[in-house]
Structures are given as structure tokens and as C-alpha cells.
Write a protein of this length. Structure first.
Length: 295
């Protein structure tokens, strides 16, 4: 299966009085980069979240958004800090004594001071919370993987079509190359005859010149390697069974294809082959762009 590196997944899971919402979004990246945004109370789960999600992705920059709602009445409670209240009270009594004020220290006054009353969250039942969170992560992960696979199908079909076009150009150049040598030999013979008029042509010398020319323009090895790279890319797209993803492998093959196409163009002395070489390079560039989206 070929997967795109662009994907999205979302899930909402309610367990008891708690609701967990997980969203996954990803874009292209050379390696796997998971960025988790979640409530502070879930910080202890970050490592487990990353480990759980790695089963659904191999490469890409993935943003994970985790939100949480607790509908129970025991989520937080008010705490009265007696020691702090006592310190405020003692300080106020000292002020009354120092400045000869009326003693008007009442409850509403003390209650306004910082830290006298605080909100304290109940401790999470980590095992219970992780059960719900894990379920939400897996549901979002499955949806995320499905979206990547669906887009991967479109990428695979488009790339396969482009590779078939490239192979047609390779076959054309393969068939055209011997004709160039024949045409060159005929033109060379014609020029020599014009120069020598009725004199005898040295067939050995002619054959030597044709051989030198043929050696300069020979692209047999480049065509063989290019054909091999195209077929290897097509097979990889068809099988898509690399445990680490096929994106890196395809990127390498595309670089090698580009190298061979450049060499073919540099050796070309024929307009028709040059046109096909340019078409090859254009197709390879399109393939390389698409490959950047593959996991």
C-alpha cells in the first residue's frame, strides 16, 4: 500500500464522565516529527501518546491536538489555606495596634487576600484516563491512516501513468539511436564523395569515423539504467511493502533517473532525441515532485 504523507484524522470518545477529542494533521517531512498539543494534566502521557501513534505513520510532520472535558463534579475543589489566612490576620492586627485603628477585621476582608482560597484539581486516575485517551488516539489514527492511503492511491495512479510515458520515450530513443549512425554514415559518405569527386573512398577510414561518432553518441548504458530505474519505481509503487515506507527509495530512484536523462541529452546530436530527452526530464521532475508526498 502506498500512503501519502498528507492526512487527517479526528475522533471523539466519551468514557463515563470524560470526553476525549483527538485530531491529527500531517504534511510532508523527511523524517517523522510528532508535535503534541494537549492539556498540562496530560503531560505524563506524552511518551505513551507518541508510541501509540507511531503504529499509524512512518514519515511526515504530524500535529496532534488533544482536548479533554470532565463533566463530573469532583474535577476540582476549593481549598482553605488556614496558615496563610492566619498570617494575614496577624499582620492586620499589628497594623491596628500600630496605627490605633478600630478593629474591623472581618471575614469578607480576609477572604479577598491572595491564596486564602485556592482551586485544587483532583488527581487523575491515570489508568482510567489512559483507557479513554488510548481509544480516542486509535480511532483518530485509523481515520488518519485511511485518509493517507486514499490519497496515496491517487498519487500511485498518477505516477504510474507518468512512468509509462517515460518508458515510451526511452523506447523511442532506443529505436532511434541506430538510425542516427546510419544517417551520419550516409551524410559523411556524401560529403567525402563531393570533396574527392571521382576518387575511391577509403571504406576503412569511413568505418573508423563512423565508429568514433557512434561511440560519442552511444547511450545504450544510460538507456538500460534508466529503463531499470523506471521499472523499479513502478514495482515499488505496485508492491508498496517497504516497512519503513517507500518514499526515500523512490526519491533516490528519481535522482538516478534524472542523472541518466541528463547524460542522454548531453550526448545527443539529433533533434528528435533531444526533444524526447527534454520530455523525459520534464516527466522526471513531475515524478520527483509527486514522490515528495509519498510516505
Amino acid at each position: 500500500m502506498v500512503c501519502s504523507m498528507t492526512g487527517f484524522g479526528r475522533s471523539e470518545v466519551t468514557e463515563g464522565q470524560r470526553k476525549y477529542i483527538v485530531e491529527l494533521k500531517s504534511v510532508n517531512n523527511r523524517y517523522l516529527d510528532i508535535n503534541v498539543k494537549m492539556p498540562k494534566k496530560f503531560n505524563a502521557f506524552e511518551s505513551a501518546i507518541r508510541s501509540e501513534l507511531k503504529g499509524y505513520m512512518k514519515r511526515g510532520k504530524v500535529d496532534v491536538f488533544v482536548s479533554y472535558e470532565d463533566f463530573s463534579e469532583s474535577e476540582s475543589k476549593v481549598k482553605y489555606n488556614k496558615a496563610i489566612a492566619q498570617e494575614y490576620y496577624d499582620a492586620l492586627k499589628e497594623m491596628v495596634k500600630d496605627f490605633g485603628l478600630d478593629d474591623e477585621i472581618r471575614l469578607p476582608l480576609l477572604a479577598k487576600f491572595p491564596e486564602v482560597f485556592t482551586m485544587e484539581e483532583e488527581e487523575l486516575d491515570e489508568e482510567e484516563v489512559w483507557t479513554g485517551l488510548k481509544r480516542a488516539l486509535n480511532e483518530a489514527g485509523k481515520q488518519f491512516m485511511e485518509s493517507r492511503a486514499k490519497e496515496g492511491e491517487f498519487l500511485c495512479a498518477d505516477l504510474t501513468a507518468k512512468l509509462a510515458e517515460m518508458l515510451e520515450n526511452v523506447e523511442y530513443i532506443t529505436e532511434r539511436s541506430p538510425e542516427i549512425i546510419k544517417e551520419y554514415k550516409a551524410k559523411l559518405r556524401e560529403k567525402i564523395q563531393d570533396l574527392m569527386e571521382d576518387k575511391q573512398i577509403d571504406e576503412n577510414r569511413l568505418a573508423m569515423e563512423v565508429t568514433i561518432f557512434a561511440d560519442k553518441i552511444c547511450v545504450d548504458e544510460e538507456l538500460t539504467r534508466l529503463r531499470s530505474h523506471i521499472e523499479a519505481t513502478t514495482d515499488a509503487l505496485r508492491n508498496g511493502d517497504d516497512k519503513d515506507g517507500i518514499g526515500r527509495k523512490l526519491d533516490f530512484l528519481a535522482q538516478e533517473m534524472n542523472r541518466e536523462a541528463n547524460t542522454i541529452l548531453s550526448k545527443s546530436t539529433d533533434l528528435k532525441i533531444s526533444d524526447r530527452g527534454i520530455a523525459l526530464k520534464t516527466s522526471i521532475e513531475k515524478v520527483r515532485e509527486q514522490i515528495q508526498n509519498i510516505e
